[in-house]
Ligand binder design. Structure first.
Ligand code: PLZ
Length: 449
């Protein structure tokens, strides 16, 4: 890998985290920003690159979050910076629907090439993941002439009204924000650790339960789409057992139901492939992408079969800023970086490095009920250590907090708040990852020891 980082790749703490300047800014935040916008670690960032975030007090923090799986190709990655600089100097906006430009088309061409399946495809660009999901549902309804959408337990698809309805978890995403959009149904998720019949029977039984939901509660011929994250993100990095996704895809194909793969978190090399569906050779009808695609600028897409995407009347899709030229230039830079640095391969080597250490934690602590994930999307699920798998969100939060105080930015996830998840930038050098895993090990000893 080319170590072309503008920021020194060393952890360095010069004040407690958060330090005094961050605390001052946080007081201003409290006075000016809605309390509805929560903050995980109030260390205010002024620079970042590689695997390091530099805060306003001068602390160099190791980044295990990538801004929730966004800065996979790096923070201010050189090709992203160059693309954005050039583009912002040329023009910042025309609205593609008014007078178009090449960068939008080039991003859609890249999506055709990179997403699963060799069939003819089309894409449409949007600003956020939630917006992409909303539009995927619109497109699926138009194409099929059906209205119902089936999502899964523990699924996360966004915070807009339709996507809140698709999202499973009440607190904090949905609580008090209803009523939600109609014609959304939920099937059990193939969650091996927590499947009542045990992990061995999870694939088969969860598939049967899914079929039963569609058949008896919705009706196959009323179902426009099934939306699934190939590995669940906010829901706790739940990895369904091999074979389950393929069965779901085959069932959808058999009944004319469109399969929407929500790869907003899993996409763009994160799981060791360009897209997580590839692991099982599943080709979705529609795929939603965002996050890692544009190196931190807001850009999202729906990509799908040409006949599906072209079933929508002209003017039926769009938005003022969707596919903004600066965001598209950033995406072209991020994609170029993923290709030239083989970031899919890098994600797989990160998996190897992490898994060895995480498995050690599993063998040492009964509270570690599961270690799972793929590529650089990895997690540990914590329980109170008994056979009932009672979730332990308190220990999870305490471990995360300890990591924060040591300058390691960690995230939690899961319906029960008991999953520590790891999403390092794919360009983070090994020595930082190793040091961060040492910090994590100390945090486990301190909290669970
Ligand atoms: N689908 C699979 O992971 C965004 C949300 C963080 P937006 N996940 C991070 C939060 O608390 O808001 C996400 C996702 C999957 C859709 C989305 C939504 O993407 O760009 O946040 O709208």
């Amino acid at each position: 890998m080319t170590a072309d980082f503008s920021v020194d790749q060393q952890r360095r703490l010069v004040t407690p985290v958060p330090g005094p300047r961050s605390q001052e800014l946080h007081a201003r935040k409290t006075a000016a920003v809605s309390s509805g916008i929560g903050v995980g670690l109030p260390a205010y960032i002024e620079r970042a690159g590689g695997g390091i975030l530099v805060d306003v007090d001068g602390n160099h923090l190791i980044d295990f979050g990538s801004g929730i799986a966004v800065t996979s190709a790096g923070n201010s990655a050189p090709a992203v910076v160059q693309g954005v600089r050039d583009q912002v100097a040329d023009f910042t906006h025309t609205c593609f629907m008014v007078t178009p430009y090449e960068e939008y088309v080039a991003v859609c061409e890249a999506l055709t090439e990179l997403t699963p399946g060799g069939h003819e495809k089309r894409s449409a660009l949007f600003n956020s993941g939630a917006e992409a999901v909303e539009n995927a549902v619109k497109i699926a309804r138009t194409f099929t002439g059906r209205s119902a959408v089936v999502a899964f337990d523990h699924g996360y698809h966004g915070r807009t009204n339709l996507t809140m309805g698709l999202t499973a978890k009440n607190m904090p995403y949905k609580h008090g924000f209803g009523p939600f959009a109609p014609e959304i149904y939920r099937a059990p998720m193939a969650y091996p650790l927590r499947w009542p019949g045990g992990p061995e029977r999870c694939a088969e039984q969860a598939f049967a339960a899914f079929v039963d939901t569609v058949h008896s509660q919705v009706g196959e011929s009323n179902t426009a789409a099934v939306i699934v994250e190939p590995i669940q993100g906010e829901g706790g990095f739940v990895v369904p057992p091999l074979g389950w996704l393929r069965q779901v895809a085959d069932f959808c194909a058999e009944h004319g139901i469109l399969l929407i793969a929500d790869e907003i978190q899993t996409g763009f090399c994160r799981t060791g492939d360009w897209f997580a569906c590839e692991f099982e050779d599943v080709v979705p009808d529609l795929i939603t992408t965002a996050k890692g695609m544009a190196g931190g600028l807001p850009l999202a897409a729906v990509t799908g079969r040409a006949e599906v995407m072209d079933s929508v009347h002209a003017g039926g899709l769009g938005g003022t800023y969707g596919g903004n030229p600066v965001a598209c230039a950033a995406a072209l830079g991020a994609i170029e970086t993923m290709r030239s640095e083989d970031l899919c391969g890098r994600a797989r080597s990160i998996e190897g490095l992490f898994m060895e250490r995480l498995e050690q934690l599993r063998s040492k602590y009964a509270a570690v009920a599961d270690v799972r994930g793929r590529g650089a999307m990895l997690a540990v699920e914590l329980t109170t250590g008994d056979a009932d798998l009672v979730p332990d969100p308190t220990a999870t939060a305490a471990i995360s907090k300890h990591c924060h105080s040591e300058g390691l930015v960690t995230l939690t996830a899961g319906t029960f708040g008991n999953v520590l998840r790891f999403l390092p930038p794919l360009v983070a050098p090994d020595h930082l990852l190793t040091e961060a895993l040492d910090i994590l090990e100390d945090a486990f000893a301190k909290v669970l020891g």
